[in-house]
Ligand binder design. Structure first.
Ligand code: AMP
Ligand code: MG
Length: 648
């Protein structure tokens, strides 16, 4: 028998309690695995421990599993445990896993029904309808849910996947259910009034951030098109709040050491000090003669030469000079350089191979045309600060002081996925009813333009299995996932469901008051070392590109350590009247400089969000305010904010 198959009973455990022996916040669970094979030690119980982990995942810190047990598919034994745990331990919730199917020995629902005082059919229905959207196999499940005394008993399927999916469907409402059982009216009423507020408040006035748990609860009818919500369940949050939320979750990636040749565009994670001075020695600025300034003008003997790269040139004494080239070491004794243009040749060797005597025509000042050692950079000086973005000049500077390995923040890897049954790969043929997938290529090229590595995840069709698989693959390969499509109100818009229910993502927002890009969705998914970010962008190509610039790019810059990740904003002058929308709008324009100091914004044409042509040649997005009672139209020559997205 495997270790994990032994029947495990954890020590009975209570946290701080009230006078009647119960902590009002605490929810105490028992998990009963019903399986002949696990009870005999022939297979490992993975469902029970997984459910325990889901109960104690920290989302509800006061939920804990007090007791776990494995029994065979024997009605009596199941009943005994259910009775013992509800009557003696007075647990709040018992989760059973296994024995809910059609097999001859599957008996858990019958054992449950035999001990409960009241049925809780709503929970079974919610689980069945929810899991039917994931797999038709759910129709073969027969979970029973009910209440015995003050304990809620919930049957879950036996498989790890099935029990997890079903549990996550009901999990958001368990605390509320327990409060009902405890007749905790204050807590119950608080939830009820919150729900009513939600239903009666116009969506755009919500300042509430939709949580993953709340989102799960809206998905129980997924796939039944007639039952889909006709108003989005997601609060419309304003643009600034959405950006703030994204930036809060975009934390600097760890540091790595790389050679400077690979560091273009990267951000330094440390101050850099010079290993050597520049110049490392007194260097001549001109081609000419190293002289003693006190000698003044007049004839001089040329005793030697000092060319760039040569070491230890002969010293200069009064009456003599050393011929010198730009960048060469100035000989000891010399305190100035006189450029060759200010001299005359007086004598040379016969073949002209060597100069013997020259006349200095000007009087030199001490220090003239000499760069003292360390005059540009002194050894030990800080030459670049932590947070500096490395361009060619900065990298050249590093090379100039002999620094070849540097510490920078890691760059995120981004997985790019398109979604939609209608999408064909642009390299293939176009089927009837299809369009070529442009978003994926466009987003990957945008990443390439910003030197951010990406993984092409292809196209996911609009079904939860394919989305789940491709998103899971993306999660294993990247720090950030960028998808397009499948986030609005269509019957095939399954991405939010997949993120929250299947991948346990935390959804921070599902709609933004913005044009284009209203359904833009942002979620985070816990992962072993750090949270992964998911940007589910709208499918319309312009929307996805605009939102890439507004949300994704600043987040990526922050991840890679950029201290000023926000896009650059400048002022631009309108060249035509613009009628304002009810939403804040980002219109695509080309900025050009005419005679005026402020650039003029030339529209890129019809601004409908499917027309990618309006993105072409655009180098800025005009940030237009929403229409108000006072202002509904902006006029030619009005000055507005413009966010730069391309080369000027
Ligand atoms: P959706 O958000 O999935 O409802 O898509 C909205 C619109 O964008 C539909 O007309 C889609 O066909 C289109 N669309 C979605 N994804 C892409 C894509 N990858 N490339 C081009 N158009 C797309
Ligand atoms: Mg779609």
């Amino acid at each position: 028998m495997g270790e994990s198959c032994r029947v495990v009973i954890h020590e009975f455990r209570m946290t701080s309690t009230t006078m009647d022996g119960r902590n009002d916040e605490e929810i105490r669970f028992g998990i009963l695995t019903v399986s002949d094979r696990c009870a005999q030690g022939l297979s490992e119980d993975t469902s029970g421990p997984n459910l325990k982990a889901l109960v104690e995942d920290g989302e509800c810190p006061s939920s804990s599993v007090e007791v776990m047990k494995i029994v065979p598919d024997e009605k009596d034994q199941i009943q005994d445990v259910l009775i013992d745990w509800s009557d003696q331990l007075a647990l709040d919730i018992i989760l059973t896993t296994g024995g809910t199917g059609f097999a001859r020995r599957d008996i858990t629902p019958e054992a449950t029904k035999a001990v409960i005082d009241k049925e809780a059919n709503g929970l079974s229905t919610a689980m069945l309808t929810g899991s039917l959207q994931i797999t038709p196999l759910a129709m073969l499940g027969r979970p029973a849910c009910g209440i015995r005394k003050e304990t809620l008993i919930i049957n879950l399927p036996g498989s790890k996947k099935g029990s997890q999916e079903n549990f996550l469907i009901v999990k958001p409402w368990l605390k509320h259910a327990v409060n009902h059982l405890r007749e905790n009216k204050t807590a119950v009423n608080a939830v009820h009034s919150k729900m009513q507020d939600k239903e009666s408040t116009p969506a755009h006035t919500h300042d509430h951030v939709c949580t993953a748990n709340e989102a799960v609860s809206t998905f129980t009818d997924i796939g039944k098109v007639a039952r889909r919500p006709r108003k989005s369940q997601y609060p419309l949050i304003n643009f600034d709040e959405a950006v703030r939320t994204v930036m809060e979750h975009s934390k600097c990636l760890p540091v790595e050491t790389i050679p400077i040749e690979d560091s273009l565009g990267r951000i330094l994670s440390e101050d850099i000090t010079a290993k050597v001075s520049i110049p490392p020695f007194r260097a001549s600025i001109k081609d000419g003669y190293a002289v003693l300034s006190s000698d003044g003008p007049g004839p001089r003997r040329v005793v030697s030469s000092s060319t760039a790269g040569q070491s230890q040139p002969a010293p200069v004494r009064s009456g003599s000079v050393v011929r010198i080239t730009t960048g060469a070491m100035v000989p000891t004794g010399a305190d100035a350089v006189v450029q060759v243009e200010d001299t005359e040749l007086l004598a040379a060797t016969e073949e002209g191979a060597e100069e013997l005597e020259v006349k200095i025509l000007t009087s030199a000042k001490a220090g003239q045309d000499i760069r003292p050692a360390g005059s540009d950079v002194m050894k030990g000086d800080t030459i670049l600060k932590k947070g500096t973005r490395l361009g060619p000049s900065e990298i050249g500077l590093l090379a100039s002081v002999g620094v070849t390995q540097i510490n920078v923040y890691r760059v995120p890897t981004v997985a790019v996925l398109s979604t939609g049954n209608e999408l064909s790969d642009p390299h293939g043929t176009l089927e009837e009813g299809h369009i070529f997938d442009s978003n994926r290529t466009m987003l990957m090229m945008a990443l390439k333009e910003h030197r951010i590595p990406f993984v092409d995840m292809g196209i996911a069709i609009d079904n939860t299995d394919d989305l789940h698989k491709k998103l899971s693959d993306a999660l294993s390969e990247a720090d950030v996932i960028v998808t397009s499509g499948g986030v609005s109100m269509g019957e095939k818009d399954l991405l939010k469901y997949c993120l929250t229910v299947q991948l346990k993502a935390k959804l921070h927002f599902g709609r933004v008051l913005l044009k284009p890009g209203k359904p833009t969705t942002f979620a985070t998914i816990p992962s072993s070392n750090r949270e992964k970010l998911v940007f589910a962008l709208p499918g319309n190509p312009v929307s996805s590109m605009v939102c890439f610039n507004l949300f994704v790019l600043p987040a990526l810059r922050k991840l890679m350590g950029d201290p000023s990740p926000s896009p650059t904003k400048i002022k631009a002058k309108l060249t035509a009247d613009i009628r304002l929308d009810s939403r804040p709008e980002f219109q695509r324009v080309q900025l050009v400089w005419g005679d005026s100091q402020i650039p003029q914004a030339l529209t890129t044409g019809k601004q409908i969000s499917c027309r990618l042509l309006s993105m072409c040649q655009a180098n800025a997005l005009l940030q237009l305010p929403p229409r108000s009672e006072e202002v509904s139209i902006l006029r030619t020559d009005d000055v507005v904010d413009a966010i730069l997205i391309g080369r000027l």
